[in-house]
Design a protein. Structure first.
Length: 449
């Protein structure tokens, strides 16, 4: 029987989607979630002791919840019984558990009851599970993308350990991408497929931390490539597979970009006359006026910023005015906005601060939100320490209290450096009056430790 099951599983995998064929079967093959799987962490210790308690995996799609549940069952040699939260009623639950219990009496194996999307189980279904979990007949592993505090009955939740899975990092996804290409049995490179570097980057960036979405996109890309008689997946093919365009410079429309560049630089250089000249040139050349309006909205944040916060409102209003009026009447609103932006005080500090924060996140990865910054709307979250130690600024003089708002595992960073121009000068003075030197990069916590 065991040999037959192995043959069946091998044949099934041949026709299964790539994401299913690549599903890791051992803990050491699993990518990500080091905060619960690293050396000395809870799950790695539980596997080593061969004692898996009832668990709820809470995390975003594609973070590995189902895969991890299957691996845990395999690692401890347990019988793995799956249920659909949509298709299984109370009668089916009780009957299946009794059958599994009989089988367990013969084999002596732990019985793990796996319920994907357990938040879809209604109150009656959850109540039907409770006695079997309570008396140890089954070990429950449920997965959910929803906050278990709100979706799972308190009585059932109190008998489970809630583990939060995090969105996969770009580094994690790159490792999974490599696996999709070079897996010894199922990697697409075995069939001769290769991916250009920009195609790879686009697929990883578009997957948004979802391993399954990434692997599905890899597979779809190979189908499209094959239909075109090629084995190389280019950016164009990757975009088609995702149906999501990457932002590219259109070299065929060079004059289009030359004109918008001249307009943008005239605004930045505070030359209202040159800005009007290039605006008229673009409109007469047939440029989409709403494209120009969108560029001015971007400019208001990138080059004016908080030196004149009203600039963004002016740019947005110009876009709305043209949408209502159309041409030629609405073009005057664009001209008015261009003149305002050209003559406004300039600061790119919002832009550079955002750019620096992006670079910092890319370099340091994803760190958990400190518990004192988390809300605790449920008893479970309160018991887990959410919100503990948070100091409410409005309870302090000036509505401010010196506090650490960065992840505890990172040193504080200063991204925003206001200028002495326009309204930003007031912002600079206000920040200094509150923080003093407390926003310098060598501070870790509220007291500078």
């Amino acid at each position: 029987m065991e040999l037959f099951e192995k043959i069946y599983e091998r044949e099934r995998k041949k026709n299964a989607p790539l994401a299913d064929r690549l599903r890791p079967e051992k803990l050491e093959e699993f990518v990500g979630q080091k905060h619960i799987l690293g050396e000395g962490k809870f799950l790695s210790s539980a596997v080593r002791e061969k004692k898996i308690p009832s668990l709820i995996f809470w995390g975003p799609p594609g973070s590995g919840k189902t895969t991890l549940a299957r691996i845990l069952a395999r690692e401890v040699g347990a019988t793995f019984l799956t249920f659909s939260a949509v298709l299984s009623g109370i009668k089916e639950i009780k009957e299946a558990i009794r059958e599994a219990e009989t089988a367990r009496a013969k084999t002596g194996k732990q019985l793990i009851l796996f319920i994907d999307e357990i938040h879809r189980f209604n109150k009656s279904q959850q109540d039907a599970l409770l006695p079997f979990v309570e008396d140890g007949t089954v070990t429950l592993i449920g997965t959910t993308t929803e906050n278990p505090s709100f979706e799972i009955r308190g009585a059932l939740l109190s008998r489970c350990r809630v583990l939060t899975l995090e969105k996969l990092t770009p580094h994690d996804l790159e490792e999974i991408f490599h696996r999709a290409l070079h897996h010894p049995e199922h990697g697409v490179a075995r069939d001769g497929y290769s991916f250009t570097e920009d195609a790879k980057k686009h697929l990883i960036a578009s997957s948004d931390g979802d391993a399954r979405a990434l692997i599905n996109a890899v597979e779809a890309s190979t189908f499209i490539a094959a239909s075109r008689g090629t084995k190389e997946v280019t950016l164009q093919i990757a975009e088609e597979a995702l149906r999501k365009k990457a932002l590219l410079y259109d070299r065929a429309g060079e004059e289009h970009f030359n004109l918008i560049s001249a307009f943008h630089k005239s605004l930045r250089g505070s030359d209202p006359d040159a800005a009007l000249y290039w605006l008229v040139r673009m409109l007469k050349a047939g440029e989409d006026p709403l494209y120009v309006a969108r560029r001015m909205i971007r400019f208001a944040s990138e080059d004016v910023g908080n030196a004149d916060p009203h600039a963004l409102t002016v740019a947005l209003s110009a876009h709305q005015a043209y949408t209502i009026l159309g041409s030629p009447e609405g073009e005057l609103a664009l001209a008015q906005a261009a003149l305002y932006l050209a003559t406004a005080p300039k600061s790119n500090r919002a832009y550079t601060a955002f750019k620096e924060a992006n670079r910092f996140v890319d370099e340091t990865g994803y760190h958990p939100v400190p518990y004192h910054l988390r809300n605790a709307p449920t008893k479970l979250m309160e018991e887990m320490g959410y919100g503990e130690g948070y100091r409410y600024p409005h309870d302090y003089d000036k509505g401010f209290v010196l506090e650490n708002y960065f992840p505890e595992s990172l040193r504080r960073r200063k991204f925003y450096h206001p200028t002495d121009r326009g309204y930003e000068k007031k912002i600079k003075e206000y920040i200094r009056s509150l923080w003093g030197d407390g926003r310098s990069s060598n501070r870790r916590g509220p007291s500078g430790e």
